[in-house]
Design a protein around this ligand. Sequence first.
Ligand code: SF4
Length: 381
Amino acid sequence: MKKDFSPTLLDFGPLHIYLARHFGFCYGVENAIDIAFRTIEENPGKRIFLLSEMIHNPQVNADLHEHGVEFLQDTYGKQLVPFESLTKDDVVIIPAFGTTLAIEKKLNDIGIPTEKYNTTCPFVEKVWNRSEQIATKNYTVIVHGKPSHEETRATFSHAASHTPTVVVNDMKDAVVLSKYITGEKELNGFYEEFKGRYSESFDAEKHLQRIGVVNQTTMLASDTQAIADFLKHVMIKKYSLTENNIEERFADTRDTLCYATNDNQTAVYGLLETVADLAIVVGGYNSSNTSHLVELCEEKLPTYFISSEENIISSNEIEHYDIHKKLQLNSYDYLPAKRPIKILLTSGASCPDALVEGVIDRLVSFFYADKQVDEMIKEFV
Ligand code: SF4
C-alpha cells in the first residue's frame, strides 16, 4: 500500500504503539550490507577496509567490525588508518553514500580497484547524474546538504568535476548566498563565508548568474523545496524574469531526495495526525535522515531519539540524543500515568527493523499487556 501513509496501531491494551507506515531500512542500505558481507565471503585471508562507516548505524558497523572489517576513516573524514599503509592486495569497500573522486584516485593509484566492492546507492548516483545534466547546460550547482556529510562531500566532488559548485547547509546559508547574487554583499566576502564549500577557481561574480539546486538525498523535503523556491525567486527578481523564461537563469530541477527519505518523511506526517503522548525515533545519532524525522516529530510532541532499546533504561528513565545540543541526555518520567499511553514510533533508513522490534518489546515489558509482541506479529503475518 505504497500510497497509504496512515500508521499501524499495535494495541497492547494499556499501551498503544502507532508504527509509521514506512520506516527503517531502505534499498540502498540493504544493498550495501549485502555487498559488504559478500565481500567478506569472497576474500578470505585478505585485509578488508571500509572507507568510512558503512551507513550511519552503530550496530551495523559493529557487526561488520566483528567480521574483521576495519574503517579507514571516521564519519567526519578523519583518517583512522593511513592510506599509505594500504597495498594493492587489500580490499576497500566504498560505502552507500559514495566517495570523492580524489579518494577514488588515491585508491586506484595504490592499485586497489574501486568498482567491484562499491556500494554507492543508485539514488546517490542519480544526484551526481542530475548535477552533470545541469553542468552540461552551464549552470552552477548549488548542493543543499550537510557540508561535512560523506554524501555531500562525494556529491560536491562529482559535481565540481563538471561545473562550479557550492554547498549550502540550510536556508540561512541560502539567504547569505542570495546577497552575493543580488550584490547586497561585497563579492570578496563570499570566499570567507563559504570557505571549504566552493569548487576550485569559483568566481562569485560569474558563477552565481545561472544556478541549479540538487540536494543530499536525506534532507528534509520541505527545507530543500523552500531553498529552491527562495533562490528561484531571487533570480526572477534580479534578472526581471517570469516563470516562462526562468530557465535562462535557474535550472528546472525537482528535489533529489531518495524514495526512502520521501516515504519515511511522508509517513511521519501521517503518523503525526494521531494525537499521542510522545514519539520515539530509532536510529544512529549521526544519521541525517533520522534526525530529520526527529525534527518533524518534535514540532508536535515530546520526542525521544534513541539508538536502540538499551537507551530505554526503565519505565521512568530514558537516554536520548538531543540533535540541537548534540549530546545524549537522560529524561525522567517520560511515560505519563494515563492509560492507554499512546506512543508514535518510527526509525531511520539506516536502522535495522530488529531494533524497532527490540524497542517495542522493551516498552511492552513495562505493562501488563493484553497481548505479547509475538501474538501481535502473528496478526500481521
Ligand atoms: S537513504 Fe536513500 S540514498 Fe541513502 S542509501 Fe537509502 S535509498 Fe540510498
